[in-house]
Write a new protein. Structure first.
Length: 297
């Protein structure tokens, strides 16, 4: 059931993104537009916008929030383009095909990512919602994506390469969690909070979605780290084993594979508990958490 819902969300988001890009085509330099289009329409499960849509539904929202859903996918795609650059993770493959800089050159890839970041805020500002809600969402997204969020997490990840924190030491595991809570978790948490806010949820519902999003962010990263050492490049759509090859700090490098899987189970329980605060309305979110967990099985 949840797999089908996620697939339906992805189809709707893909169609909306394609339409949105076509409407902007005439105003954007051709080569830049092609790089943006190549990266944004590369597929993927669209987990972040799907979480936003599911949290909105869980909080009783029914209005169209596709601009906000597209916004988070633009922000995510910008981060992937930058993450793949030679000066960062230096990856050749993303979502089953060559990375943006491999196809369009490094300079154009950087500009495409810059344009997507700006487009993210443009779309969010155009979401039909009260001014106070839109301002709150813009602020939350800027914090989640910026120096105290995703970008900060990326900086810490680069600094920690080859440090291999000792997971037997609470401080060591804390280092791993801090990196990934910012680098991966911040945008996932924002997606859940935004869905609740766009549903005009009460404080308790927003808090439940925030807690759920925080747990989902960690769960997603733990399972991603597990997949990096257990799945093939073909299955992943990106280069497998790169974390270990580059000496990246991951849950698997810090805990070992089996303990990482145990930690994922514990994090899943936290996500399920948080979604349970929404009572019956949170059932789909609990199933969504289970779906994320299955990635690392």
């Amino acid at each position: 059931m949840i797999r089908q819902r996620i697939k339906q969300h992805a189809g709707s988001i893909d169609a909306a993104l394609t339409d949105m890009l076509e409407k902007r085509r005439a105003a954007v330099p051709t080569r830049l537009w092609e790089a943006i289009h190549y990266s944004l329409t590369a597929g993927g499960k669209r987990i972040r916008p799907a979480l936003m849509l599911e949290c909105q539904a869980a909080c009783g929202g029914t209005k169209d929030i596709m601009p906000a859903a597209m916004s988070i996918e633009c922000m995510h795609t910008y981060s992937l383009i930058h993450d793949d650059l030679p000066s960062m993770d230096n990856d050749d493959m993303r979502r089953g095909r060559p990375t943006c800089h491999r196809c369009f050159g490094e300079a154009t890839a950087i500009l495409a990512a810059d344009a997507l970041q700006a487009m993210s805020f443009e779309l969010l500002a155009g979401q039909t919602a009260g001014a106070r809600v839109r301002i709150d969402l813009v602020r939350r997204l800027a914090e989640a994506a910026g120096a105290a969020g995703m970008v900060g997490g990326q900086a810490l990840d680069m600094q920690a390469t080859d440090m291999r924190p000792d997971a037997s030491d609470e401080a060591g595991l804390g280092t791993v969690e801090t990196i990934h809570r910012l680098k991966t978790g911040a945008l996932l948490r924002y997606s859940c909070e935004a869905g609740a806010l766009l549903a005009d949820a009460d404080k308790a519902q927003v808090a439940a979605c925030s807690r759920y999003g925080e747990a989902i962010g960690l769960l997603f990263q733990i399972t991603d780290d597990i997949l990096d050492v257990t799945a093939s490049s073909q299955a992943l759509g990106k280069s497998a084993g790169k974390d270990a090859a580059q000496g990246k700090v991951t849950y698997v490098s810090s805990l070992g594979l089996e303990r990482a899987r145990d930690y994922a189970q514990n994090t899943l329980a936290v996500a399920i508990e948080a979604a349970g605060l929404l009572r019956e309305d949170g059932k789909a979110l609990q199933d969504f958490a289970g779906y994320i967990m299955e990635r690392g099985q």
